[in-house]
Ligand binder design. Structure first.
Ligand code: AMP
Length: 658
């Protein structure tokens, strides 16, 4: 490939990956891979500066502010760091510094894998917390920051203005607990603590963020009016004296000691409460920092050393195939337990049949495992030299390992699917999904109860749940009369969740929460939806041709018809219910002010009330949000005085659409 096409490919791949990572919090590329590609692009751009485009990922720090939070301009930019990947490069950095400066001491610190925030205090009082965004402009997440217990709201010193910068993260133990809960509730899992922290800090409702138990390590003093310091370590001491949790750091003056400290930090990562994605080396003297200055986006006086993802070999004991809720067969390897990046690994994903064939992974093989930021380890490759005699290529099962029905390969991809209509594997997942919080929200009917119900033959479809009696449930292990009674009540209560949730709960392929809402809003009732042609479905914004085909296919299957019949018989609501948005604003009070464009005041108030909230005419401490339209006056002023969050009309509309 010539350099021009290589640069273009790199730019495109990195932009897409950066968007998924920074904006959607849903990364598709390993961080290490991303950093390496970025470095390659930087190299090429250095050789061919005439080819640098303004939209190149090297030209920005990454991440744009989302529209749903107010934007904040950082008085002191939140810079990025230059990455290096080897001890030699650390030495080179030290050489550069030593050539430019007299005597250099370095601070070596763990690089916390979280989200960078700036915290501002006026006269010793916390006034604003903002995310990094693109480094110049971030998002105002003040209310969420307030929920982080380790961040002081008042400081002993009352400097007119103080800004510190730190990394917000979700402690590893909190992350594991959260994911376990999400799994039990049938909700999607966070890929890693960084995503969980990002997702939490960007919650529009601070109460959700509060439950996530985020923490912080402050690593820089951005601005301190009325104080001067000579070194970075002095600033960290000062920050710590003001009640912040600061980054652990060591000051060293020889490059080889710096490298040794980097190794030591890497080995201690298991003991740290946060994920670490590197080590940061910084010049300690603040006047020396000023002397070398910064490039357009990174300081010259610091580097981030990126550890290669840890890899370990282990032997394949077994290849097993699991069947998911939608019937997809996913293979994984069971390996001899091995300690990898802080956890004991006993299995790793194999993605699909093609992956196994391409790598020729066999039972008995020694495979190299890797875990880089993600919780699920993967197989990097097979050490063919270590292959024992007599192994055979793995053959993917032709029938479902759970129900024995034939499997088929999807026309549009690598996925292999079970065709068994009543496959118990699918039934368990289907029912768990059906009862999960975001679907029919049936409290007390979790995976363990569902497992027993299936084993006892009490349920074969979600509709059977509605015909269970207290006695049947009380018979289950660890149930008891009282919880059986509660479960029956919870099942009955779920009948009124409305069409939007029902459609999601049914587990129709490609129909998630959003599509459920869109379809319910468009058709109003199940019967109207059942009449819709594929063309009508495709014509709806956000419903693509493939989804439309899946919906039609689902509607036409005899089992679905039977299921819907039984659900109707049980009295499950088939109508789009306004109340079904019911609880979204429970306990919240809104005040509307100024002229709204999309709604009249009355409409907006009705929408708030339909979601369980209150619309009030005057701003007080009890107000949760003020929605401010054009020319908002005194109410907006009052809200600002009281520190009540203010939403624009767009933000309000986005909340309604959630
Ligand atoms: P990058 O995003 O790869 O450019 O790396 C820079 C980011 O590392 C900064 O935005 C900080 O959020 C983060 N970071 C984590 N720990 C530290 C630390 N000890 N010193 C400086 N930056 C840190």
């Amino acid at each position: 490939m010539d350099y021009k096409s290589e640069m273009k490919t790199l730019r495109e791949t990195l932009s897409e990956a950066g968007y998924r990572y920074y904006v959607l919090d849903d990364p598709t590329m390993e961080d290490y891979e991303y950093d390496r590609m970025l470095r390659r692009l930087e190299e090429l751009e250095a050789q061919h500066p005439e080819e640098i485009t303004p939209d190149s990922p090297t030209q920005r720090v990454g991440g744009m502010a989302l529209e749903s939070f107010t934007q904040v301009r950082h008085p002191v930019p939140l810079e990025s760091l230059q990455d290096v990947f080897s001890p030699d490069e650390v030495e080179e950095f030290a050489q550069r510094m030593e050539e430019a400066l007299e005597e250099v001491a370095y601070s070596v610190e763990p690089k916390v894998d979280g989200l960078s925030v700036a915290l501002e205090y006026r006269d010793g009082v916390f006034v604003q917390g903002a995310t990094r965004g693109d480094g110049q402009v971030g998002e105002d997440v003040t209310e969420n920051i307030r929920t982080i217990k380790s961040i002081p709201m008042t400081l002993p010193d009352k400097l007119p203005r103080l800004i510190v910068r730190g990394e917000v993260f979700m402690p590893k133990n909190v992350f594991h607990k959260l994911n376990r809960q999400r799994e039990e509730n049938g909700e999607s899992l966070f890929a890693n603590p960084r995503n969980a922290a990002a997702g939490s800090l960007r919650q529009l409702d601070p109460k959700v963020c509060a439950k996530r138990l985020l923490d912080i390590r402050v690593f820089n003093l951005q601005l301190a009016e009325g104080r001067t310091f000579a070194t970075h370590s002095e600033t960290l001491e000062y920050i710590a004296s003001q009640g912040f949790r600061t980054i652990p750091h060591k000051v060293l003056d020889r490059a080889e000691d710096v490298n040794a400290e980097i190794v030591r930090l890497g080995e201690s990562r298991e003991e740290l409460p946060f994920d670490m994605d590197g080590a940061v080396v910084k010049v300690n003297s603040l006047s020396e920092r000023a002397a070398v200055g910064s490039t357009a986006k990174c300081p010259r006086w610091a580097i981030a050393y990126k550890y290669p993802p840890e890899q370990k070999p282990s032997r394949v004991l077994e290849i097993v195939v699991q069947v998911g809720r939608t019937g997809v067969l996913t293979p994984k390897v069971v390996v001899e337990p091995v300690r990898l990046a802080g956890t004991t690994v006993t299995n790793a994903t194999l993605h699909n049949q093609d992956f196994i064939e391409e790598k020729d992974i066999r039972v008995g093989d020694t495979v190299v495992l890797q875990k880089a930021g993600e919780i699920i380890p993967e197989v990097v490759g097979v050490l063919k030299d270590l292959r024992p005699e007599g192994t055979e290529p793995y053959r993917f099962p032709a029938v479902c390992p759970v129900c024995g029905a034939p499997v088929i390969r999807d026309e549009d991809g690598a996925a292999i699917r079970c065709t068994g209509a009543e496959c118990p594997a699918q039934l368990h997942r289907n029912l768990t999904h059906f009862a999960s919080r975001d679907a029919m929200d049936i409290d007390g009917v979790g995976p363990a109860v569902i497992k027993q119900l299936i084993e006892k033959g009490l349920v074969r479809t979600p509709a059977d749940l509605y015909f269970l009696t207290v006695d049947q449930l009380a018979d289950l292990e660890r149930m008891g009369k009282k919880s059986a009674q509660n479960a029956v009540e919870a099942i009955a209560a779920s009948k009124d969740r409305g069409l939007e949730r029902l459609l999601y709960a049914l587990g129709i392929r490609q129909v998630g929460q959003k599509a459920g809402k869109i379809l319910a809003a468009r058709f109003g009732s199940f019967d109207a939806l059942a009449q819709a042609t594929e063309e009508e479905l495709t014509a709806i914004d956000d419903v693509g041709g493939i989804t439309a085909a899946y919906i039609r296919e689902w509607l036409e299957s005899p089992q679905s018809k039977h299921l819907i019949g039984r659900l109707k018989e049980a009295g499950v609501s088939m109508e789009a219910a306004q109340q079904s948005a019911g609880e979204q604003f429970k306990g919240m009070t809104f005040v509307l002010t100024g002229a709204l464009e999309k709604f009249t005041r009355e409409e907006a108030a009705a929408l708030i009330e339909a979601r369980g909230g209150k619309a009030s005419g005057s701003v007080s401490k009890k107000t949760t949000y003020v929605v401010a339209g054009e020319n908002a006056g005194s109410k907006l002023r009052k809200a600002t005085e009281l520190g009540i969050p203010v939403l624009t009309e767009e933000e309000f509309a986005a909340m309604l659409a959630e």
